[in-house]
Design a protein around this ligand. Structure first.
Ligand code: FES
Length: 172
């Protein structure tokens, strides 16, 4: 088995570092205990930090670097690779329209454009009231029911503009 060696660089922790409740710290400890190589816990820990802070903010990144004995850049490298990790605040409802092949061929552009026009924002933006954010993401693994989008943790499939209206109008 190949062992990934810990990085030799010192961990830089500029500025504020996120602080969590004892319950959240215990949850993080449980995840860390599962992995013989500490850095392998990066994604579960990242999801916890995001859940607690709304997005992966700089204090959250510093916290992760500290807990995982990694560099700040190691945390950002992972955070910016996965579209499910938000590195800036998102609205109450985060609409993520799949833009990959099946969805693209079956009208993803029209779905994105319809959402953008309806909400008055472009992909990458959040409505002024903080209710909706709109993003375009790579394949969400639901190609057989394209076009589709994900809102927070829910999938909505076989979309039409009418169905999009129905879904968005029903959100409180
Ligand atoms: S191409 Fe859209 S879910 Fe796979």
């Amino acid at each position: 088995m190949t062992q990934i060696q810990p990085l030799s660089q010192p961990v830089a922790m500029p500025g504020e570092v996120a602080v969590f409740s004892p319950e959240v710290e215990a949850e993080i400890d449980r995840h860390l205990a599962k992995y013989p190589v500490t850095r392998s816990a990066i994604l579960p820990l990242m999801f916890i930090v995001q859940r607690e802070r709304g997005y992966l903010d700089p204090p959250g990144v510093s916290y992760l670097a500290n807990r995982l004995s990694l560099r700040i850049t190691d945390i950002w490298e992972v955070a910016t690779f996965y579209s499910m990790i938000n590195t800036k605040p998102v609205g109450k409802y985060h609409i993520q329209v799949c833009k990959t092949l099946s969805c693209k061929l079956l009208g993803a552009n029209k779905i994105t454009e319809h959402c953008a026009n309806k909400l008055g924002i472009k992909p990458g933006e959040t409505t002024a009231d903080g209710k909706f954010s709109l993003s375009e993401v790579e394949c969400l693994g639901s190609c057989g029911t394209a076009p589709m989008f994900q809102i927070n943790f829910d999938y909505h499939e076989n979309l039409t503009t009418g169905k999009v209206d129905q879904i968005l109008d029903s959100l409180p």
